[in-house]
Design a protein around this ligand. Structure first.
Ligand SMILES: N[C@@H]1[C@@H](O)[C@H](O)[C@@H](COP(=O)(O)O)O[C@@H]1O
Length: 265
């Protein structure tokens, strides 16, 4: 696992957007079979600087999303796509409407689906049909959750419905007018779904994530901190800011800062 430590969230955004750009450009350099690049995406405040930079790269014609297929991590149950607090709305407002992605290439779980099980099974099938996910970008909850895989989620879980913890409802209430509006359930890809991706990149910024980052990388793999599963991934990278390293050992921080000086994306 790589740990890239940057000074602030804007530098994290710059770095992660460069990683995504490089992976997409490298992928199409040698591709002749027409298979698109498949990108997994998160919502939340952490990826916003990444989306901003990717939009700027698209506007400067450095990158195209014409042959990119996306799968979002999760969606609240019960919110229509047009609902201003839905993850559908978030993704179109903050990213998709500003780039040249084809509407049919965007996949986001339908939180209003009557048959959750069918919706989740179809999502897994669509990921397979697309050829699997090349790069899954993620954030992390303050309790170390990845997507909506709350503490005690199975580390081999697939896409399914999850009940949100009280902690997550309180933390995510900042995006709603009041806490009673926060849905209590969500559809989410599983930890296993994320682990099947060819590469995983997690963004961790701010002091509030410091304990989760420590648990994710300096302690053992645990279903209590589901992001810690990435210790078992073949190609995983965490990109964090200085504030998020507050609970790490000095020698861990020094080690990764030294290793990653002048490293390639
Ligand atoms: N389901 C999302 C996660 O995918 C996200 O990583 C987390 C952190 O969000 P933020 O980046 O706003 O801290 O929030 C939600 O719970």
């Amino acid at each position: 696992m790589r740990l890239i430590i940057k000074n602030n969230s804007s530098e994290v955004g710059e770095y992660v957007s460069q990683v995504i750009k490089k992976r997409i450009l490298d992928y199409f350099k040698n591709r002749t079979d027409g298979r698109p690049f498949v990108l997994g995406l998160p919502t939340g405040s952490s990826p916003l600087p990444v989306y901003k930079k990717l939009i700027e790269m698209y506007q400067r014609k450095e990158i195209s999303f014409e042959n990119v297929v996306t799968f979002n991590m999760d969606e609240y149950c019960g919110l229509e796509a047009e609902h201003p607090f839905s993850y559908h709305y978030f993704m179109w407002e903050n990213f998709f409407k500003h780039i040249n992605i084809k509407k049919e290439n965007v996949h986001i779980l339908d939180g209003t689906a009557k048959d959750h099980e069918k919706e989740c099974a179809q999502y897994e099938e669509e990921i397979q049909k697309a050829g699997g996910i090349d790069l899954f970008l993620g954030g992390m909850g303050v309790d170390g959750h990845i997507a909506f895989n709350e503490p005690c989620s199975s580390l081999s879980s697939r896409t399914r419905i999850k009940t949100l913890t009280r902690d997550t409802i309180i933390v995510n209430s900042r995006f709603f007018d009041n806490i009673n509006q926060v849905p209590t359930r969500a559809l989410t890809v599983g930890v296993g779904t994320i682990m099947d991706s060819r590469e995983v990149v997690l963004i961790v910024t701010g002091h509030s994530k410091a304990l989760a980052l420590y648990k994710t990388i300096e302690e053992g793999v645990s279903h209590m901190w589901t992001a810690s599963a990435i210790q078992m991934h073949k190609k995983a990278m965490i990109v964090c800011d200085d504030d998020a390293t507050d609970e790490l050992k000095v020698k861990t921080v020094k080690y990764f800062k030294e290793v990653e000086t002048n490293s390639e994306y």
